[in-house]
Write a protein that binds this ligand. Structure first.
Ligand code: NAP
Length: 254
């Protein structure tokens, strides 16, 4: 197991209540950080995750990232509570199928609005609000969770692929503008990850095909994604700012 040290660092994990975000939150907690678990509405899972990392040192904060005001309030609350914000992990994300040849025009528009709002505009607002404090404290790390789909294409979810490609481009632009402030920005781009959300796909007949996409013959474990996130958030990786780490088991090489 990889060892990291984030003793007393203040770390926000958006979408930290379930799936990959839960394991990222647990990994930062294990490494000594104060973790803020953000979630949208699933109070029960958020509470479960908080309990798993021992409340007290850590908190959960409900905020819908689609709402710019809620994002601002969340970041302000973190700084009120802990006095600073050291690491932001933009992990929350949504996806839904909307293949161009089978989707009604209105549904197509709704899918694009929803996905771009949550996966791109939400993280941009989180970056903006957190950066205002990070600039004042002259340090910070932003890690954005993207997807292999940004490069490989997502024929059934084009808005999802576009949202993640946009997230990559935004991260690289912010890496340029924030480096002079000692703030570093990285991206982790997973392929398929073993999470509850993917269960219907992974339990279906397609599992064998999905596993076969990687020469390792399997999909990623959430901890493998978390390891890449903690790595990029660690001291000593400053010169990697603007980088995008693939965690896809060589299922797509670019
Ligand atoms: N799983 C994969 O195979 C895979 C592959 C590549 C990339 N990724 C990326 O990895 C990240 C995590 O994926 P996952 O599979 O772990 O997702 P997940 O299990 O569906 O969990 C999503 C999390 O995001 C939160 N969330 C969703 N919309 C939100 C909003 N508007 N405001 C605040 N929080 C919101 C959810 O909160 P609630 O619980 O309250 O709804 C939940 O905590 C995503 O960015 C995804 O695109 C995943």
């Amino acid at each position: 197991m990889l060892k990291f040290d984030f003793t007393n660092k203040v770390v926000l994990v958006t979408g930290g209540s379930r799936g990959v975000g839960k394991i990222i939150a647990q990994s930062f907690a294990k490494a000594g950080a104060h973790v803020i678990i953000n979630y949208k509405s699933d109070h029960i899972h958020a509470e479960d995750t908080l309990r798993s990392i021992y409340p007290g040192k850590h908190i959960m904060l409900q905020a819908n990232l689609d709402n710019a005001e809620e994002v601002r309030r969340m970041i302000n609350k973190i700084v009120e509570e802990y006095g600073r914000i050291d690491v932001v992990v933009n992990n929350a994300g949504v996806s839904e199928q909307h293949p161009v040849e089978k989707t009604a025009y209105l549904d197509w528009q709704h899918a694009w609005e929803k996905i771009i709002k949550t996966n791109l505009i939400g993280p941009s607002n989180v970056c903006y609000c957190a950066a205002q404090y990070m600039i004042l404290q002259k340090s910070g790390r932003i890690i954005n969770v993207s997807s292999r789909g940004a490069f490989k294409g997502e024929p059934n979810m084009p808005a999802y692929g576009a949202s993640k490609a946009g997230l990559n481009a935004m991260s690289q632009s912010l890496a340029l503008s924030l480096a002079p402030h000692n703030i570093f920005v990285g991206v982790v781009a997973p392929g398929f990850v073993q999470t509850e959300r993917q269960r219907p796909i992974l339990e279906g007949a397609s599992l064998q095909n999905i596993n076969a996409q990687s020469p390792l013959g399997r999909i990623a474990k959430p901890l493998e994604v978390a390891n890449a996130v903690l790595f990029l958030a660690s001291e000593g990786t400053e010169y990697m700012t603007g980088t995008i780490i693939d965690v896809n088991g060589a299922s797509y090489l670019r």
